[in-house]
Design a binder for this molecule. Sequence first.
Ligand SMILES: Cc1cc2nc3c(=O)[nH]c(=O)nc-3n(C[C@H](O)[C@H](O)[C@H](O)COP(=O)(O)OP(=O)(O)OC[C@H]3O[C@@H](n4cnc5c(N)ncnc54)[C@H](O)[C@@H]3O)c2cc1C
Length: 337
Amino acid sequence: MTNMTRDFFIGLSNNRFLNNQAKKWGFSLGADKFVAGTSVESVLQEVKKLNELGISCTLDNLGEFVTDKTEALQARDKIISLLQSIHEEDADCHLSVKLTQLGLDIEKDFCIENMKAILQTASAYNIFVNIDMEDYSHYEQTLEVLRVLLQDYDNVGTVIQTYLYRAEDDLEALKDVRIRLVKGAYKESEEVAYPNKQAIDENFLKLAKQRLLGNAFTSIGTHDHHIINELKAFAEENNIDDAKYEFQMLYGFRNDLQNKLAQEGYNFCTYIPFGSDWFGYFMRRLAERPQNVNLVLKDKFYDEDNRLKKGPVMAGGAVISALALWRVKANKTKKNN
Ligand SMILES: Cc1cc2nc3c(=O)[nH]c(=O)nc-3n(C[C@H](O)[C@H](O)[C@H](O)COP(=O)(O)OP(=O)(O)OC[C@H]3O[C@@H](n4cnc5c(N)ncnc54)[C@H](O)[C@@H]3O)c2cc1C
Protein backbone atom coordinates (compact mmCIF):
# COMPACT_ATOMS: atom_id res chain seq x y z
CA MET A 1 0.00 0.00 0.00
CA THR A 2 1.35 3.41 -0.85
CA ASN A 3 2.36 5.59 2.05
CA MET A 4 -0.31 8.05 0.93
CA THR A 5 -3.11 5.54 1.37
CA ARG A 6 -1.68 4.38 4.69
CA ASP A 7 -1.41 7.97 5.89
CA PHE A 8 -4.99 8.56 4.77
CA PHE A 9 -6.38 5.75 6.94
CA ILE A 10 -4.15 6.68 9.87
CA GLY A 11 -5.44 10.24 9.48
CA LEU A 12 -9.01 8.95 9.62
CA SER A 13 -8.24 6.84 12.67
CA ASN A 14 -7.26 10.02 14.54
CA ASN A 15 -10.27 12.03 13.42
CA ARG A 16 -12.31 12.72 16.54
CA PHE A 17 -15.39 13.81 14.61
CA LEU A 18 -15.54 10.56 12.62
CA ASN A 19 -14.76 8.55 15.76
CA ASN A 20 -17.75 10.12 17.49
CA GLN A 21 -19.98 9.76 14.46
CA ALA A 22 -19.10 6.08 14.12
CA LYS A 23 -20.53 5.40 17.58
CA LYS A 24 -23.87 6.66 16.23
CA TRP A 25 -23.62 4.72 12.95
CA GLY A 26 -23.46 1.46 14.86
CA PHE A 27 -21.46 -1.37 13.34
CA SER A 28 -20.81 -0.60 9.69
CA LEU A 29 -18.16 -0.56 6.97
CA GLY A 30 -17.38 -4.21 7.59
CA ALA A 31 -15.95 -3.57 11.06
CA ASP A 32 -17.55 -6.82 12.24
CA LYS A 33 -14.76 -8.68 10.42
CA PHE A 34 -12.30 -7.44 13.03
CA VAL A 35 -14.44 -6.43 16.02
CA ALA A 36 -16.37 -9.03 18.03
CA GLY A 37 -19.68 -7.28 18.63
CA THR A 38 -20.64 -4.46 20.93
CA SER A 39 -21.74 -6.27 24.10
CA VAL A 40 -19.94 -8.13 26.88
CA GLU A 41 -22.23 -11.13 26.27
CA SER A 42 -21.30 -11.36 22.58
CA VAL A 43 -17.58 -11.06 23.23
CA LEU A 44 -17.61 -13.63 26.03
CA GLN A 45 -19.28 -16.09 23.68
CA GLU A 46 -16.35 -15.65 21.28
CA VAL A 47 -13.93 -16.13 24.15
CA LYS A 48 -15.63 -19.40 25.12
CA LYS A 49 -15.40 -20.69 21.55
CA LEU A 50 -11.71 -19.87 21.33
CA ASN A 51 -10.99 -21.27 24.81
CA GLU A 52 -12.49 -24.57 23.63
CA LEU A 53 -9.87 -24.60 20.85
CA GLY A 54 -7.11 -24.12 23.41
CA ILE A 55 -6.73 -20.40 22.64
CA SER A 56 -6.66 -17.83 25.41
CA CYS A 57 -7.86 -14.27 24.81
CA THR A 58 -7.19 -10.67 25.68
CA LEU A 59 -10.19 -8.34 25.57
CA ASP A 60 -10.10 -4.72 24.52
CA ASN A 61 -13.18 -2.70 25.44
CA LEU A 62 -12.60 -0.29 22.54
CA GLY A 63 -12.12 3.38 23.29
CA GLU A 64 -9.47 6.08 23.04
CA PHE A 65 -9.00 9.88 22.96
CA VAL A 66 -11.33 10.47 25.92
CA THR A 67 -11.23 14.10 27.05
CA ASP A 68 -14.16 14.07 29.45
CA LYS A 69 -13.76 12.83 33.04
CA THR A 70 -17.24 11.32 33.21
CA GLU A 71 -16.57 9.30 30.07
CA ALA A 72 -13.24 8.06 31.45
CA LEU A 73 -14.94 6.99 34.70
CA GLN A 74 -17.63 5.19 32.73
CA ALA A 75 -14.92 3.34 30.79
CA ARG A 76 -13.20 2.42 34.08
CA ASP A 77 -16.45 1.05 35.52
CA LYS A 78 -17.22 -0.89 32.36
CA ILE A 79 -13.77 -2.49 32.49
CA ILE A 80 -14.22 -3.39 36.18
CA SER A 81 -17.57 -4.98 35.43
CA LEU A 82 -15.97 -6.83 32.50
CA LEU A 83 -13.39 -8.25 34.93
CA GLN A 84 -16.24 -9.49 37.10
CA SER A 85 -17.89 -11.17 34.11
CA ILE A 86 -14.61 -12.84 33.08
CA HIS A 87 -14.24 -14.13 36.63
CA GLU A 88 -17.84 -15.38 36.87
CA GLU A 89 -17.59 -17.12 33.48
CA ASP A 90 -14.20 -18.55 34.44
CA ALA A 91 -12.93 -17.50 31.01
CA ASP A 92 -9.28 -17.95 30.02
CA CYS A 93 -8.85 -14.31 29.28
CA HIS A 94 -7.00 -11.16 30.32
CA LEU A 95 -7.49 -7.49 29.45
CA SER A 96 -5.88 -4.93 27.16
CA VAL A 97 -6.54 -1.27 27.94
CA LYS A 98 -5.66 2.09 26.39
CA LEU A 99 -4.65 4.85 28.79
CA THR A 100 -6.23 7.59 26.66
CA GLN A 101 -9.56 5.86 27.28
CA LEU A 102 -8.89 6.14 31.02
CA GLY A 103 -8.05 9.82 31.13
CA LEU A 104 -4.36 10.12 30.18
CA ASP A 105 -5.13 13.19 28.04
CA ILE A 106 -7.04 14.75 30.94
CA GLU A 107 -4.58 14.31 33.82
CA LYS A 108 -1.94 11.70 34.47
CA ASP A 109 -2.80 11.21 38.16
CA PHE A 110 -6.49 10.77 37.34
CA CYS A 111 -5.54 8.07 34.82
CA ILE A 112 -3.32 6.37 37.41
CA GLU A 113 -6.19 6.28 39.92
CA ASN A 114 -8.47 4.72 37.30
CA MET A 115 -5.84 2.11 36.48
CA LYS A 116 -5.34 1.35 40.18
CA ALA A 117 -9.08 0.71 40.59
CA ILE A 118 -8.96 -1.67 37.61
CA LEU A 119 -5.82 -3.45 38.82
CA GLN A 120 -7.25 -3.83 42.32
CA THR A 121 -10.21 -5.83 40.98
CA ALA A 122 -8.04 -7.65 38.43
CA SER A 123 -5.56 -8.79 41.06
CA ALA A 124 -8.38 -10.05 43.29
CA TYR A 125 -9.42 -12.28 40.36
CA ASN A 126 -5.85 -13.04 39.31
CA ILE A 127 -6.33 -11.42 35.91
CA PHE A 128 -3.50 -9.73 34.01
CA VAL A 129 -4.00 -6.27 32.48
CA ASN A 130 -1.88 -5.14 29.56
CA ILE A 131 -1.53 -1.48 28.64
CA ASP A 132 -1.64 -1.11 24.86
CA MET A 133 0.94 1.29 23.45
CA GLU A 134 -0.55 4.22 21.55
CA ASP A 135 1.18 6.83 19.39
CA TYR A 136 4.54 8.34 20.34
CA SER A 137 3.02 11.48 21.85
CA HIS A 138 1.71 9.22 24.66
CA TYR A 139 4.73 6.93 24.89
CA GLU A 140 6.76 8.49 27.70
CA GLN A 141 3.65 9.09 29.81
CA THR A 142 2.50 5.50 29.32
CA LEU A 143 5.82 4.22 30.62
CA GLU A 144 5.64 6.65 33.55
CA VAL A 145 2.16 5.41 34.49
CA LEU A 146 3.36 1.82 34.21
CA ARG A 147 6.32 2.51 36.52
CA VAL A 148 3.97 3.94 39.16
CA LEU A 149 1.57 0.98 38.87
CA LEU A 150 4.39 -1.55 39.11
CA GLN A 151 5.20 -0.25 42.59
CA ASP A 152 1.93 -1.77 43.85
CA TYR A 153 0.85 -4.36 41.28
CA ASP A 154 2.53 -7.19 39.44
CA ASN A 155 -0.43 -8.05 37.19
CA VAL A 156 0.30 -5.24 34.73
CA GLY A 157 2.52 -4.88 31.68
CA THR A 158 2.68 -3.01 28.39
CA VAL A 159 3.59 -3.11 24.72
CA ILE A 160 6.86 -2.17 23.07
CA GLN A 161 6.91 -1.22 19.38
CA THR A 162 9.94 -2.36 17.42
CA TYR A 163 9.66 0.52 14.94
CA LEU A 164 11.01 2.79 17.68
CA TYR A 165 14.79 3.29 17.86
CA ARG A 166 14.52 3.34 21.65
CA ALA A 167 12.70 -0.02 21.90
CA GLU A 168 15.83 -1.94 22.91
CA ASP A 169 16.66 0.45 25.78
CA ASP A 170 13.08 0.40 27.01
CA LEU A 171 13.00 -3.39 26.94
CA GLU A 172 16.20 -3.47 28.96
CA ALA A 173 14.54 -1.25 31.58
CA LEU A 174 11.48 -3.55 31.50
CA LYS A 175 13.37 -6.84 31.47
CA ASP A 176 11.43 -8.17 34.47
CA VAL A 177 8.02 -7.05 33.22
CA ARG A 178 5.57 -8.94 31.03
CA ILE A 179 5.63 -7.33 27.58
CA ARG A 180 3.84 -7.67 24.26
CA LEU A 181 6.21 -7.03 21.36
CA VAL A 182 4.69 -5.56 18.18
CA LYS A 183 5.97 -3.69 15.14
CA GLY A 184 3.88 -0.56 15.81
CA ALA A 185 0.66 0.69 14.22
CA TYR A 186 0.91 4.49 14.20
CA LYS A 187 2.49 6.99 11.84
CA GLU A 188 5.66 8.19 13.52
CA SER A 189 8.40 10.57 12.44
CA GLU A 190 11.76 9.31 11.22
CA GLU A 191 13.27 11.05 14.20
CA VAL A 192 11.88 8.37 16.49
CA ALA A 193 11.01 5.38 14.30
CA TYR A 194 12.57 3.31 11.52
CA PRO A 195 10.93 4.36 8.28
CA ASN A 196 11.38 1.07 6.43
CA LYS A 197 9.79 -2.31 6.96
CA GLN A 198 12.97 -4.35 6.74
CA ALA A 199 14.62 -2.50 9.63
CA ILE A 200 11.44 -2.83 11.73
CA ASP A 201 11.23 -6.57 11.03
CA GLU A 202 14.93 -7.09 11.83
CA ASN A 203 14.55 -5.18 15.06
CA PHE A 204 11.49 -7.27 15.93
CA LEU A 205 13.43 -10.50 15.51
CA LYS A 206 16.45 -9.24 17.41
CA LEU A 207 14.39 -7.97 20.35
CA ALA A 208 12.09 -11.00 20.45
CA LYS A 209 15.13 -13.28 20.67
CA GLN A 210 16.58 -11.18 23.49
CA ARG A 211 13.28 -11.45 25.34
CA LEU A 212 13.07 -15.21 24.85
CA LEU A 213 16.53 -15.57 26.37
CA GLY A 214 15.51 -13.38 29.30
CA ASN A 215 13.27 -14.20 32.24
CA ALA A 216 9.99 -12.34 31.88
CA PHE A 217 6.98 -13.47 29.87
CA THR A 218 6.67 -12.18 26.30
CA SER A 219 3.69 -12.03 23.97
CA ILE A 220 4.85 -12.09 20.37
CA GLY A 221 2.23 -9.93 18.65
CA THR A 222 2.45 -10.42 14.89
CA HIS A 223 0.69 -12.04 11.92
CA ASP A 224 3.99 -12.35 10.09
CA HIS A 225 4.64 -16.05 9.45
CA HIS A 226 8.32 -15.40 8.53
CA ILE A 227 8.91 -13.97 11.99
CA ILE A 228 6.81 -16.63 13.70
CA ASN A 229 8.68 -19.47 11.96
CA GLU A 230 12.07 -18.02 12.79
CA LEU A 231 11.12 -17.57 16.43
CA LYS A 232 9.70 -21.09 16.67
CA ALA A 233 13.05 -22.45 15.41
CA PHE A 234 14.98 -20.15 17.75
CA ALA A 235 12.91 -21.28 20.75
CA GLU A 236 13.55 -24.91 19.91
CA GLU A 237 17.31 -24.51 19.32
CA ASN A 238 17.68 -22.67 22.60
CA ASN A 239 15.38 -24.87 24.67
CA ILE A 240 13.20 -21.93 25.59
CA ASP A 241 10.57 -22.92 28.12
CA ASP A 242 7.09 -22.76 26.52
CA ALA A 243 5.76 -21.08 29.64
CA LYS A 244 7.86 -17.99 28.86
CA TYR A 245 6.06 -16.85 25.74
CA GLU A 246 2.93 -16.90 23.63
CA PHE A 247 2.00 -15.83 20.14
CA GLN A 248 -0.72 -13.20 19.83
CA MET A 249 -2.81 -12.18 16.83
CA LEU A 250 -5.77 -9.91 16.33
CA TYR A 251 -9.30 -11.25 16.13
CA GLY A 252 -10.37 -11.96 12.53
CA PHE A 253 -6.82 -12.23 11.15
CA ARG A 254 -5.24 -15.43 9.87
CA ASN A 255 -7.67 -17.72 11.72
CA ASP A 256 -6.09 -20.81 10.14
CA LEU A 257 -2.66 -19.87 11.43
CA GLN A 258 -4.08 -19.04 14.86
CA ASN A 259 -5.66 -22.50 15.12
CA LYS A 260 -2.58 -24.22 13.73
CA LEU A 261 -0.25 -22.66 16.30
CA ALA A 262 -2.62 -23.64 19.11
CA GLN A 263 -2.91 -27.18 17.74
CA GLU A 264 0.88 -27.43 17.54
CA GLY A 265 0.88 -26.81 21.29
CA TYR A 266 2.14 -23.23 21.36
CA ASN A 267 0.59 -20.85 23.87
CA PHE A 268 -1.68 -18.73 21.76
CA CYS A 269 -3.77 -15.68 22.60
CA THR A 270 -6.27 -13.83 20.42
CA TYR A 271 -6.66 -10.09 20.95
CA ILE A 272 -10.40 -9.38 20.77
CA PRO A 273 -11.67 -5.83 20.47
CA PHE A 274 -15.33 -5.13 21.11
CA GLY A 275 -17.64 -2.21 21.78
CA SER A 276 -19.16 0.73 19.94
CA ASP A 277 -15.94 2.78 19.75
CA TRP A 278 -14.58 0.75 16.82
CA PHE A 279 -13.64 3.39 14.24
CA GLY A 280 -10.01 4.24 15.14
CA TYR A 281 -9.08 0.59 15.64
CA PHE A 282 -10.71 -0.40 12.36
CA MET A 283 -9.01 2.37 10.34
CA ARG A 284 -5.59 1.36 11.69
CA ARG A 285 -6.22 -2.21 10.49
CA LEU A 286 -7.10 -0.89 7.02
CA ALA A 287 -3.95 1.23 7.03
CA GLU A 288 -1.77 -1.78 7.77
CA ARG A 289 -2.64 -4.00 4.88
CA PRO A 290 -4.25 -3.44 1.46
CA GLN A 291 -5.78 -6.90 1.55
CA ASN A 292 -7.83 -5.86 4.59
CA VAL A 293 -9.46 -3.18 2.49
CA ASN A 294 -10.22 -5.71 -0.24
CA LEU A 295 -11.56 -8.20 2.28
CA VAL A 296 -14.00 -5.68 3.71
CA LEU A 297 -15.02 -4.29 0.33
CA LYS A 298 -15.65 -7.72 -1.12
CA ASP A 299 -17.85 -8.68 1.78
CA LYS A 300 -19.81 -5.52 2.24
CA PHE A 301 -19.90 -3.52 -0.93
CA TYR A 302 -19.43 -5.86 -3.90
CA ASP A 303 -21.67 -8.60 -5.24
CA GLU A 304 -20.48 -11.89 -6.70
CA ASP A 305 -19.94 -10.23 -10.09
CA ASN A 306 -17.61 -7.68 -8.53
CA ARG A 307 -20.16 -4.86 -8.95
CA LEU A 308 -20.76 -2.25 -6.26
CA LYS A 309 -23.88 -3.25 -4.30
CA LYS A 310 -26.83 -0.86 -4.36
CA GLY A 311 -28.46 0.50 -1.24
CA PRO A 312 -27.54 2.79 1.61
CA VAL A 313 -24.07 2.61 3.08
CA MET A 314 -23.71 4.35 6.42
CA ALA A 315 -20.10 5.20 6.46
CA GLY A 316 -19.30 8.66 5.28
CA GLY A 317 -18.43 9.38 1.68
CA ALA A 318 -14.74 9.96 2.30
CA VAL A 319 -14.12 6.53 3.71
CA ILE A 320 -16.05 4.69 1.06
CA SER A 321 -14.44 6.61 -1.77
CA ALA A 322 -11.03 5.81 -0.36
CA LEU A 323 -11.87 2.13 -0.08
CA ALA A 324 -13.26 2.00 -3.60
CA LEU A 325 -10.33 3.99 -5.00
CA TRP A 326 -7.93 1.65 -3.32
CA ARG A 327 -9.69 -1.32 -4.85
CA VAL A 328 -9.51 0.15 -8.34
CA LYS A 329 -5.81 0.84 -7.85
CA ALA A 330 -5.16 -2.65 -6.48
CA ASN A 331 -6.99 -4.23 -9.42
CA LYS A 332 -4.98 -2.14 -11.89
CA THR A 333 -1.71 -3.17 -10.24
CA LYS A 334 -2.79 -6.81 -10.37
CA LYS A 335 -3.56 -6.50 -14.10
CA ASN A 336 -0.22 -4.77 -14.76
CA ASN A 337 1.62 -7.55 -12.98
C1 LIG B 1 -2.07 -9.00 19.33
C2 LIG B 1 -1.63 -7.68 18.77
C3 LIG B 1 -1.65 -6.55 19.57
C4 LIG B 1 -1.23 -5.33 19.06
N1 LIG B 1 -1.12 -4.24 19.91
C5 LIG B 1 -0.57 -3.09 19.44
C6 LIG B 1 -0.32 -1.98 20.31
O1 LIG B 1 -0.61 -2.00 21.51
N2 LIG B 1 0.25 -0.87 19.78
C7 LIG B 1 0.60 -0.79 18.45
O2 LIG B 1 1.15 0.24 18.02
N3 LIG B 1 0.35 -1.82 17.61
C8 LIG B 1 -0.23 -2.96 18.07
N4 LIG B 1 -0.44 -4.00 17.19
C9 LIG B 1 -0.31 -3.80 15.72
C10 LIG B 1 1.11 -4.02 15.26
O3 LIG B 1 1.93 -2.97 15.74
C11 LIG B 1 1.19 -4.07 13.72
O4 LIG B 1 0.76 -2.84 13.21
C12 LIG B 1 0.36 -5.15 13.08
O5 LIG B 1 0.39 -6.34 13.83
C13 LIG B 1 0.89 -5.45 11.65
O6 LIG B 1 2.16 -6.02 11.68
P1 LIG B 1 2.42 -7.60 11.55
O7 LIG B 1 3.68 -7.89 12.25
O8 LIG B 1 1.24 -8.34 12.08
O9 LIG B 1 2.51 -7.95 10.02
P2 LIG B 1 2.87 -7.04 8.75
O10 LIG B 1 4.19 -6.38 8.94
O11 LIG B 1 1.67 -6.18 8.46
O12 LIG B 1 2.95 -8.15 7.63
C14 LIG B 1 4.14 -8.92 7.45
C15 LIG B 1 3.83 -10.11 6.56
O13 LIG B 1 3.01 -11.04 7.28
C16 LIG B 1 2.05 -11.62 6.42
N5 LIG B 1 0.72 -11.21 6.88
C17 LIG B 1 0.41 -10.21 7.74
N6 LIG B 1 -0.91 -10.14 7.96
C18 LIG B 1 -1.47 -11.11 7.21
C19 LIG B 1 -2.80 -11.55 7.00
N7 LIG B 1 -3.84 -10.96 7.60
N8 LIG B 1 -3.00 -12.59 6.14
C20 LIG B 1 -1.98 -13.19 5.51
N9 LIG B 1 -0.69 -12.81 5.67
C21 LIG B 1 -0.44 -11.80 6.51
C22 LIG B 1 2.36 -11.10 5.03
O14 LIG B 1 3.26 -11.98 4.40
C23 LIG B 1 3.04 -9.77 5.32
O15 LIG B 1 3.87 -9.34 4.29
C24 LIG B 1 -0.83 -5.23 17.69
C25 LIG B 1 -0.81 -6.37 16.90
C26 LIG B 1 -1.18 -7.59 17.41
C27 LIG B 1 -1.11 -8.80 16.53
